[in-house]
Each structure stands twice: as C-alpha cells, then as structure tokens.
Design a protein around this ligand. Structure first.
Ligand code: SF4
Length: 247
C-alpha cells in the first residue's frame, strides 16, 4: 500500500501534501473552520482530513483513507448522504482560493488486495497480482474535468488510469462511470448543493428541529457507527421509525 501511495504522488504533479490536516480554530489546525449561517446565526464546522494534496492554481484534492466496502456515490452526496468528502473540500478550497472549484474528492481503500490464485492461469500470477493491486488502490471518487487537473492527479496514461476512475479514449478522457469526471459546471453545482444542505441542516439545528430521521442507502445507514444509538429512540420496530431511503 505504501508503495502505491508513493507511486500516485510520483505520477501526478502535487505542489504540497498535508496529512491529518485539521480545519478549525484549535491551535495546530492547518485550515480555518467552515462558517455556516442561517436565520442570521453563525455556526462553525471543524474536523480533520486524512490527506490534502494541493495542486497548481491552489486546487485541492481530498483523500480519505477507508477500510471496508464504502464507495463514493455522487447520487448519495446530492441527496445529503455521506457529505464528509465534500465538507472537507469546502474547508480546504475556501481557505486556498474560494474562486476555484477544487480538483477532486476520493476515498483510498486501504484493505490489502486479495486474489484467488486457483482462478489464475499458469504463469500469470504476478501479472494478475499487479492488476489486482492497481484495481484495489485506484482512487475512488470524482475528479474535475480539466486538462491540468487530470495530468496533476493521474499523470500520463493510456487506456485506463491506474490512479483514478478515468480512461483515455479517441474522443478524449472519460470517466469510467457516472459521477467520476465532472465538468466545472457540474462540479460547482455539487458544491452548491452541499452548501445548501449544510445551511438547511444548520437552520434546522438552531430552530430546534432535530428529529431522529436517519438515511439509508443500500445496506448502509447513518446509524451504523452512531454513538447515540442507545439513547436516540430510533428503532424500526417502533411505529413511525422509518429510514429516509436514498436508493
Ligand atoms: S442512531 Fe439515532 S441519533 Fe444516531 S443516526 Fe441513527 S437515528 Fe440518528
């Protein structure tokens, strides 16, 4: 894994890297807190980001190290589920240069790659292992469709990038799936949507509206790792306790 991380940095063009970068008002924070405002009342959001890569033009690329099966899903973000990466991007990009949209947000899955050797043809094991390593450690997220950003993140590649979910085609660089490579307009729209969601959440908090109204996407729910599970009173066995289903 460590070798892959070095390889990613070498292939791209990163101006500065910050690890465990705090945003907030405590001493040692690298970036200021996020300010939110609703009904004339100010609030702040603070946190810590696993890794921030700063590219040319002060564009931020956010990386969150993850174990398990959590995948980046733009539809979830737009519906207000798993906002973590976009909140991190907001904190960093607004501090670096708020006029820039940012470069991208990604999960880096840290689980070791696993391969069933019995399914690999004779003499192909090393090649298959290498393929699996690249697949497992490919950054999982969304990238700004900008020539300089693509080069800074993915370097030079033919066919599929080994660094993030894009590929080179005769028509140019494409995302390998929906929500992987976003035009600047699309990217800014996602950021605006997240700003709106944060403002609404803050507005609800200050007006005392904080119902136990968790979300569910596939098999994952906002309650999965919540510390308040034993006291909040939400239980699907009770009438009226239903998840807001994202997908
Ligand atoms: S366990 Fe309760 S407080 Fe935590 S996310 Fe679920 S509903 Fe909300």
């Amino acid at each position: 894994m460590a070798w892959t991380l070095i390889e990613h940095v070498r292939q791209g063009d990163i101006q500065r890297v910050e690890f465990e970068a705090g945003f907030g008002s405590s001493p040692g924070c690298v970036f200021p807190p996020i300010q939110v405002e609703a009904a004339g009342k100010q609030g702040t959001i603070e946190g810590k980001i696993d890794r921030v890569d700063i590219l040319k033009k002060d564009r931020a690329k956010i990386i969150d190290y993850k174990s398990g099966s959590e995948k980046f899903d733009l539809t979830e973000v737009e519906k207000g589920y798993r906002l973590q990466l976009m909140i991190y991007l907001k904190a960093v990009q607004e501090a670096l240069d708020p006029r820039e949209p940012g470069a991208g947000v990604f999960y880096f899955h840290i689980d070791e790659p696993l391969l069933d050797a019995s399914e690999v043809a004779d003499g192909q094991l090393l090649e298959a292992l290498e393929k699996e390593r690249v697949r497992q450690y490919r950054l999982d997220g969304m990238l700004l469709d900008d020539e300089e950003v693509i080069r800074s993140v993915a370097g030079d590649f033919t066919d599929y990038s080994g660094i993030c979910s894009i590929r080179a085609t005769k028509e140019g660089i494409k995302g390998t799936g929906p929500g992987r490579l976003l035009s600047e307009e699309e990217f800014r729209k996602v950021r605006e949507k997240v700003d709106e969601l944060l403002k609404n959440l803050w507005g609800d908090m200050i007006s005392g509206r904080a119902p136990a109204s968790p979300m569910k996407s596939g098999q994952s729910t906002t309650c999965d790792y919540c510390s308040f599970k034993t006291v909040c009173g939400f239980d699907t066995a009770f009438e009226g306790c239903r998840y807001r289903v994202v997908r």
